[in-house]
Each structure stands twice: as C-alpha cells, then as structure tokens.
Design a binder for this molecule. Structure first.
Ligand SMILES: [Zn+2]
Length: 220
C-alpha cells in the first residue's frame, strides 16, 4: 500500500507496456524518478528486552532487505536522521476508503526533502515504512519485501501475482524479487532524476549563496 506526497501517477494515455516489467505502471515525481544511486536505511531496533514478536519481525525485515541489497546499494545506518528510508515496527492506522475502513499489514509514505548533508545541499526522497508485527513469518517477509520495493522506487503495482509488487498475495507469499521485479527496478534506476546532490554553491559575490546550512524541508 502506498501513501504519497509528491508522487505522480503514470498518465492514462501512456501504454502500460512502455518499458520492461511493470515499469509503465510506476509513479514518478516532478524531479524525475524517485530513485537514488545509493540509499541509507534505518530499521527500528529491538526493544529491550526483546520479545518473540519483535524478534520475528526483525528477522523477516532483514531477510527482505538482504534480497534487495543484492540488487542495489543499500547501507544500514544506526541514526534515523541519516536515512532516506526508515522502517518502523508498527501496524499502519486504518484508512477510510469509499468502500469503508481498510486495514493493511504494511504501508509506505513518500515525501521529498531538501537538506544539507556534510555541507552539500541535496534533494532526497524520504520514505517512512510501517510494517505490522502481527503476521506469520512468511507474510511478514513478503510484506517487508513489497514495502521496501516501493521505498527503493517501485511506486506502482504489478498485475502478476508472482511479483513482489503485486498488490494482493494469492497462493505462496513472494519472498524474493522476481525477474520482472528486477528488470523494473533496473529500468527505474536508469531513468533521469534530479535527486541527490544539487548545484555547487557559487563563489560569485553577486550571486546569492547557497552554501549556508539550510533547514530540512519536507513537502508534507
Ligand atoms: Zn503496495
């Protein structure tokens, strides 16, 4: 499931088979593909003392992360302020839809931030992922795989049940990215984007300086 600030759905006139996999179904942003060459990710640590549910949750999220990490650079960080993706052990709040209240096991929220890291002005996607701990281990892992897939740029759903980004799980849970998930991820990572480091500050005194530290801005 997806919540977004700044994502744009694919235009209806675009053919659904514009690129490989389910790339024609992916949302984009005003700054291009919601993708970074390198992600920093923070996972909510275990409580102390750890309980069985939290341990099960951590194992499932780690397994899903290991699958994606074999396909692109994702760095685990201990400080959530360094991360573009934060993963929390929390049941998503129910949402009201036209057909009634809807519960889900996972939810990802997208926003865009401009901030300074190590003196460099950057524009970054920021994704908060909520994954409910109250699931069977395989359901937990497939939920984590799906939501982390959104977080790293796959902001859409596949029509094929064998893909991690299928909206509903029927049959066996998908525990690793499919060929279609991989080719779609490769495609979104090859698309132009204006995320990452922004222009260097100018030394021309007639120009406004951009190098001063700026507060993080969130489009939320
Ligand atoms: Zn989804």
């Amino acid at each position: 499931m997806v919540e977004s600030t700044g994502l744009q759905r694919p235009s209806r006139s675009a053919p659904a088979d514009a690129g490989p996999g389910y790339s024609g179904r992916l949302a984009t942003t005003a700054f291009g593909a919601p993708s970074l060459s390198h992600w920093c990710l923070w996972i909510e640590p275990l409580p102390s003392p750890p309980d069985r549910w939290s341990q099960r949750w951590s194992l499932a999220v780690e397994a899903a992360l290991t699958s994606w990490s074999s396909l692109l650079p994702i760095q685990r960080v201990d400080d959530p302020s360094r991360a573009q993706i934060v993963v929390r052990r929390r049941r998503p709040p129910r949402r009201q839809t036209p057909s009634g209240w809807r519960a889900s096991n996972g939810r990802s929220h997208f926003s865009i931030r401009e901030l300074t890291r190590a003196g460099r002005l950057r524009r970054e996607p920021f994704i908060e992922v909520l994954i409910s701990p109250g699931q069977r281990p395989t359901a937990l892992q497939s939920t984590a795989l799906h939501e982390l897939g959104h977080a790293i740029g796959l902001w859409g759903h596949s029509p094929n049940n064998g893909d991690a980004l299928a909206p509903f799980q029927t049959g066996d849970p998908v525990l690793t990215p499919s060929v279609s998930d991989r080719t779609t991820l490769d495609w979104i990572r090859s698309q132009p984007s204006q995320f990452g480091d922004l222009a260097e500050p100018t030394d021309d005194p007639a120009q406004p300086r951009l190098g001063a530290p700026r507060r993080a801005a969130n489009t939320d």
